[in-house]
Design a protein around this ligand. Structure first.
Ligand code: ADQ
Length: 468
């Protein structure tokens, strides 16, 4: 038998990105992001493996080792990318699980591709996991994997974590082959969600669709106990604190502020360009505040960083066009030569630049219509060790449950958005500190390492017992 691994992570993407050097040579660099930095030490410590896609269609490279992890690429053809990834994952499940803020599309070929690709991931994990080993499956692209893997390898301990919201019962009921998806998740011993309500929705559905009898946080299925519980994800607190106290990052923050006009108050938005993030609602509110004279281009500026995302999906192209038109309209109507009210950056940023922006921002505006958690909110409050700044946060972000002293807002209500943004702009030093301090403590005490530990300890005490 080939090598086997005690701990296997299964996620749509591998934790590395391919980098092309100046001489044309190709190497792999660890992807940025909290999930990767949280899981990498665990994978490495346990001599673990990671199953995922490289992000490029076509043949998969041979398995390789990087950063002390064994990486096992899964191949996706161009058609798989179109049907499994852009189709079923991002045009059916993603919108439906975010309260259908965009209309979910349903196509049979997408579902078939989703099945086939999920099977490929399950087979790879089955081949790699040691007897009685632990497999941790991630997110909405791979919801059938737990049951497929359990069929192949009943000896394994299987955990699943959903990074996005889980929809209310009535919405989930709209999904074609809804029971199958539910059975897919029930293959796990532990199903983790961002919020307790999501776990409750899931358990209720097992009763409604499969006639099971859930109790508290668990349900019996095919002779096993499946636990469903919330594990709110967090950030790598140490990394953000280190950047935020780096003199170079602080100098960059001062430079940014000076360039944007030293006396203007800086509003900041940082999101993947996604219709769930409420970027249009934010722009609408800001445009109205400028139009009715509550704020003026002389005393405020909005920096909106929008990371390109899923740009081959039509809804995302349309969103980009709408956002860019609105930015153009606001700048055209309210700008002056050399001084625009909106600075729009359609690009990815490195971590240092991002943290410099957090340090520079007077008001961070986070207005998703629905969001599993929202890590930008947690990054912002941890970066502000100076107790300054204000966080405007949508009630519909998972993070709102923990960041209770934020300026909470209903992003569907433009009047509420305008009122709360104005309030945040006027908060004095005492109010800023009084709100920021408890939020920072909350995140410091609940960082991503604790999240991973809590999940894995719960998994360890759940479900199938390991053979001696
Ligand atoms: P996302 O929807 O991608 O994640 P979020 O939680 O905000 O949203 O995480 C984004 C991450 O990307 C943050 O760490 C942020 O710093 C980084 N980022 C954003 N814009 C960037 C830019 N322009 N350049 C560089 N980095 C940028 C999904 C769910 C969320 C859930 C996370 C984790 O939708 O609800 O919080 O997974 O579970």
């Amino acid at each position: 038998m080939s090598e086997s691994y005690e701990f296997v992570v299964v996620a749509n993407r591998l934790p590395v990105d391919e980098v092309v050097a100046d001489d044309g040579g190709r190497t792999w660099a660890r992807s940025p992001g909290g999930l990767v930095s949280a899981l990498q030490p665990i994978v490495r410590r346990q001599g673990g493996a990671w199953v995922g896609w490289t992000g490029q269609p076509g043949e998969a490279p041979e398995p390789f080792d990087a950063d002390g992890m064994h990486l096992h690429p899964v191949a996706l053809s161009a058609q798989d990318v179109e049907r499994y990834y852009e189709g079923q994952s991002n045009s059916t499940i993603w919108p439906l699980f975010h309260d259908a803020v965009e209309q979910p599309a349903h196509r049979r070929p997408w579902r078939h591709a989703y099945d086939a690709v999920n099977r490929r991931f399950a087979e790879a994990a089955a081949q790699l996991a040691a007897p009685g080993g632990t497999v941790w499956v991630h997110d909405y692209q791979l919801m059938l994997v737990p049951a497929m893997l359990r069929d192949l390898r009943p000896d394994l301990q299987i955990g699943f974590f959903l990074h996005i919201p889980f929809p209310p019962v009535e919405l989930f009921m709209q999904l074609p082959r809804r029971a199958e998806l539910l059975r897919g998740l029930l293959g796990a011993d532990l199903v983790g969600f961002q919020r307790p309500l999501a776990a409750q929705n899931f358990l209720q559905l097992t009763a409604r669709l499969l006639g099971l009898e859930p109790q508290d946080e668990h349900v019996e299925h095919e002779g096993r106990t499946v636990v469903a519980r919330a594990f709110p994800i967090s950030i790598d607190v140490g990394e953000v604190e280190e950047l935020a106290t780096d003199p170079e990052v602080q100098a960059e923050a001062r430079r940014m502020r000076a360039e944007l006009g030293g006396d203007r108050r800086l509003l900041l938005g940082v999101d993947r360009l996604d219709y769930t993030k409420g970027i249009e609602q934010r722009l609408e509110a800001y445009g109205e505040l400028l139009a009715d004279g509550t704020v003026s281009n002389d005393d405020v500026v909005l920096v909106q960083v929008a990371t390109p995302s899923r740009m081959r999906v039509q809804e995302y192209q349309e969103l980009r066009a709408r956002v860019e038109r609105e930015v153009g309209r606001i700048n055209g109507e309210f700008g002056a030569v050399g001084q625009a009210p909106v600075h729009y950056l359609f690009q990815s940023m490195n971590r240092a630049e991002l943290v410099a922006l957090y340090l520079a921002a007077d008001v961070m505006v986070i207005t998703p219509l629905r969001d599993g958690m929202n890590l930008v909110a947690k990054e912002y409050v941890v970066a502000r060790g100076d107790d300054r700044g204000a966080l405007v946060l949508s009630e519909f972000a998972g993070a709102a449950a923990e960041l209770e002293t934020a300026f909470l807002v209903n992003p569907h209500d433009v009047e509420d958005l305008k009122r709360v943004i104005t309030e945040a702009l006027h908060a004095d030093d005492g109010e800023q500190a009084g709100r920021m301090r408890p939020m920072r403590t909350q995140v410091q005490q609940n960082d991503i390492d604790k999240w991973a530990r809590d999940f894995l300890e719960t998994l360890d005490s759940t479900g199938s017992t390991k053979p001696d």
